[in-house]
Design a protein around this ligand. Structure first.
Ligand code: CDM
Ligand code: ATP
Length: 322
């Protein structure tokens, strides 16, 4: 699709949940060896890129005040990386509309970075392949290649090397956003500390979970969800226990911390159950707000200007939200 020069290129990128997150040993480079299964969710950030005089960033939406507007923003680094690759200067404005909570364990910053790569590939007519974009994505962060790809995929290495996963059917989720975020490095560090101070069980192989995904039955998938970072996230934010319990009590099939937390994700049997779980969790007051989402959905994609996170079919707040 050829874009008119001054028209913004808008890209929408999804949040993720780790259905399985097995954390191995700490490597010499400071990262942990992972075996993870990602699923992309219908909760989105939107990034609009236009030509400008200099590289500038603006942010609005969910948690916007906590997001840096300088080189500490992942989109800034994504723009610089693309500019280097293209041999040009990044004279652009990047407008981010956040639907994904900041530092929530849902890969919001990674979504924005992936969206920026896709947007600049279009704006500058670079025609980089998905593979080339994925290599650049891996330089920006471990979750960024998955934000680009979406769907359901296994991540190995530090999570950046993706392998295909066969997945049937659509899953229905409730996401409970917490007050405040958790720092990803701090959660990994806490897991190391917990492991040093006692034997903690480690998640086994993802084989059974992968089989359940090929069948597509949420009841079979639910008991197989697992996250080695969950204990560490709870250790840093003990109130997450109550949130997880509220999801189970409300009738969710499973309740897990998403990635490094503190967002909790509740797997539900169908769309109707998701709404009732969301309403009930919201009424308990254990979290800041509640959203329903489905997965898997595609990764970062250029969108038409008249659709996006406000599209009620894509992201819904649960009525009666806290
Ligand atoms: C928790 C997850 O979201 C699960 O998918 C990811 O592992 C985190 O991915 P991310 O936010 O893209 O993380 P990065 O920006 O690559 O790394 C941030 C920090 O998290 C820790 N980190 C991250 C990935 C990994 N495999 N091992 C780690 O120990 C390291 O301290 C690293 O310095
Ligand atoms: N575009 C961005 N959106 C949100 N936070 C950003 C962005 N760029 C940089 N940051 C910084 O990165 C930190 C982590 O943000 P992010 O929302 O990506 O966390 P997360 O969802 O927990 O990440 P992950 O699930 O990949 O570990 C924030 O506290 C913020 O300071």
């Amino acid at each position: 699709m050829l874009h008119v020069v001054d028209e913004p290129v808008k890209v929408r990128a999804p949040a993720k949940v780790n259905l399985h997150l097995a954390v191995g040993d700490l490597r010499d480079d400071g990262y942990h060896e992972l075996t993870t299964v990602f699923q992309a969710l219908s909760l989105y950030d939107e990034v609009a890129v236009t030509r400008g005089d200099a590289l500038t960033v603006s942010v609005k939406g969910e948690g916007a005040r906590e997001v840096p507007l300088d080189e500490n923003n992942l989109v800034w680094r994504a723009a610089q990386l693309m500019a280097e690759k293209a041999g040009r200067s990044p004279r652009i404005h990047i407008a981010i509309r956040k639907g994904i909570p900041v530092a929530g364990g849902l890969a919001g910053g990674s979504a924005d970075a992936a969206a920026t790569l896709v947007a600049l590939n279009t704006l500058w007519h670079l025609e980089l392949s998905r593979g080339e974009l994925s290599d650049l994505a891996a330089e920006l962060g471990s979750d960024v290649p998955f934000s680009l790809r979406g769907g359901t995929a296994m991540g190995i290495g530090r999570g950046e090397q993706l392998l295909p996963v066969l997945s049937r059917s659509t899953y229905h989720w409730v996401l409970a956003f917490a007050n405040g975020g958790l720092s990803t490095p701090a959660v990994y560090k806490e897991l190391d500390r917990l492991r040093e101070s006692g034997t903690r069980p480690r998640l086994g192989s993802a084989d059974d979970l992968m089989h359940a995904l090929t069948v597509g039955d949420p009841d079979a998938l639910a008991p197989l969800l697992g996250n080695d970072l969950q204990a560490a996230a709870i250790s840093l934010k003990p109130q997450l226990r109550r949130t997880l319990r509220a999801g189970k009590d409300a009738g969710a099939l499973a309740a897990i911390v998403s990635g490094s937390g503190p967002t909790c994700a509740f797997l539900c049997r169908d769309a109707e159950d998701a709404v009732s779980v969301g309403v009930e969790v919201s009424a308990t007051g254990v979290c800041r707000t509640v959203r329903t989402a489905t997965g898997p959905v595609p990764g970062a994609r250029v969108i038409d200007t008249d659709s996006g996170p406000d599209d009620p079919a894509q992201e819904r707040a649960v009525d009666g939200g806290a």
